[in-house]
Design a protein around this ligand. Structure first.
Ligand code: F6P
Length: 479
């Protein structure tokens, strides 16, 4: 592979304002996206809404990438916070983002559902780009400040910041699963990655299993003075450094979702949608990034078999599948799209009528206001990933079910299953069980729906997004 050593254009950093932020978030993506007219708009999403209030309160700065390979490094103010945008070259985008992040770490950490690629040159790009994020964060951080690094794209960053800035508190949060030792051990750079994480004072993960997996990796591959398993995590000590590893299941902004979902506007839109669908008895919904980890294909296969076996009636059932385009030039994404679209075609060909397909398939990203209408219109939400860090769609659905009705079919391999035990839990690899659970969810009576949904709503309300951020930052401030 040819190596382009030319760094992308860098604008001169605004040195006067640099180093002033008490609180810095470092994430692969910026919390804004570039609109067609050249202006920046806030990206929707949980992390952004959880972080913005904290950042505004504490003179915050966000270091991230705009997703392009022709952007400019720049620093600017946006709605009360500073944004420090990194630029990546075309080659860095391919090797760091396409290669190391999404053809190595992503499949490996998701149980190697897709073949994992291990390439020295893409790992070199991962290292280089992580260093750029770390340098940019250090330039933002005020003396004694706090930095919160996010997700699998930036696992070397905590150590890189620690090396330059022993004065700051460093938190790291992994949004995807951390794999069991047998899988993690395959990574040629396993010790380097763990040393990267151990640069953080607090390493937060989604589930207790993830926390244990991090600690098993550290015990096997790192030289540490002391490692203790405790509660839902543990503590690692080396010299004067201490890292706490702990599960902090991420959540959604329950109150905001519930409030918006209860408006007359949404109610009206739900009625209209159900009418357009032909007033079906059952509306089944899936909302996923079009990713091979999400199990969209197996879910559609189960629906097809239920239709063939007359356990679902095509005359009274509507299925909506929203598949948000994602990582289209990364290995594995093209083939899952083909499988999904073939299944949609087969189901509609076999069971649809003219002007009335059984599966309404949408291959685009929808505004949250439209998703809310779908959540409220759907009698059953199908969340069937093979492996998923948390799955916030499941929690959004629960928060949106303001009348306590509805049923959730949830993979036991989604982090959300640890909390939402009242869902119809499924092993998505077991098609017969998946079919049974979908059929049971469809036929659940009102009273049962209310008791299950009420319990799940209560859980999400108590452990909402603000509680998640507060708990993590509280531990970071004392660690
Ligand atoms: O949760 C995993 C994650 O990779 C996030 O980091 C990211 O925001 C989202 O999925 C979308 O992925 P991408 O940034 O690769 O489009």
């Amino acid at each position: 592979m040819e190596h382009d050593q030319t760094p992308p254009d860098q604008t001169t950093p605004d040195t006067e304002a640099a180093g002033q932020a008490d609180f810095v978030v470092v994430a692969n993506r910026l919390p804004v996206r570039l609109e067609d007219d050249g202006s920046w708009a806030l990206s929707p999403g949980g992390l952004v809404s959880a972080m913005l209030p904290v950042m505004r309160e504490r003179s915050g700065s966000w270091v991230g990438w705009d997703g392009s390979d022709d952007g400019e490094a720049q620093r600017f103010e946006f709605e009360g916070i500073t944004l420090s945008a990194l630029a990546l070259s075309h080659q860095e985008r391919e090797e760091y983002y396409g290669g190391a992040c999404n053809e190595t770490i992503w499949p490996l950490f998701h149980d190697a559902i897709e073949t994992t690629q291990f390439h020295r040159e893409t790992w070199a790009a991962y290292r280089t780009v992580n260093q750029r994020f770390a340098d940019a964060a250090c330039a933002e951080l005020a003396e004694g400040g706090t930095v919160w690094v996010h997700d699998y794209q930036l696992q070397l960053v905590p150590r890189m910041i620690r090396a330059q800035r022993p004065d700051v508190r460093i938190g790291f949060y992994l949004h995807i699963p951390f794999p069991p030792l047998e899988l993690f051990s395959r990574l040629p750079w396993r010790a380097e990655l763990l040393a990267g994480l151990l640069g953080a004072d607090v390493i937060g993960v989604q589930t207790q299993a993830d926390a244990r997996n991090v600690l098993y990796g550290v015990r096997r591959f790192c030289e540490v003075d002391d490692l203790t398993f405790a509660g839902d995590g543990g503590v690692v000590r080396t010299g004067r450094e201490t890292s706490v590893v702990k599960a902090f299941p991420i959540s959604v902004d329950y109150e905001a979702i519930a409030e918006q979902a209860a408006t007359d506007e949404v109610e009206l839109a739900v009625k209209e949608l159900r009418k357009e669908l032909g007033d079906p008895k059952h509306v089944l919904l899936g909302v996923d990034r079009l990713d091979y980890t999400k199990g969209i294909d197996l879910r559609l296969k189960a629906i097809h078999e239920l239709l063939m076996e007359h356990r679902l009636d095509p005359r009274s059932t509507a299925v909506i599948q929203v598949a948000v385009p994602s990582r289209e030039d990364v290995q594995g994404y093209d083939s899952v799209r083909n499988r999904v679209e073939q299944l949609v075609g087969t189901i509609n060909g076999d069971y649809g009528k003219l002007g009335r397909p059984v599966v309404q398939y949408i291959h685009k990203s929808l505004p949250f206001s439209e998703l809310l209408v779908l959540y409220r219109a759907a009698d059953v939400l199908l969340v069937t990933p093979f492996q998923d860090g948390m799955n916030l769609v499941a929690k959004e659905y629960v928060a949106a079910r303001v009348d306590d009705t509805g049923a959730l079919v949830l993979s036991e391999f989604a982090g959300a299953a640890e909390e939402l035990s009242e869902a119809f839990l499924v092993n998505p690899y077991d098609t017969e069980h998946l079919k049974e659970q979908i059929a049971a969810a469809v036929s659940m009576d009102d009273e049962e729906q209310r008791s299950h949904m009420h319990a799940m709503r209560d859980t999400v309300q108590r452990n909402d997004l603000a509680a998640w951020a507060t708990a993590f930052l509280a531990l970071l401030s004392i660690s």
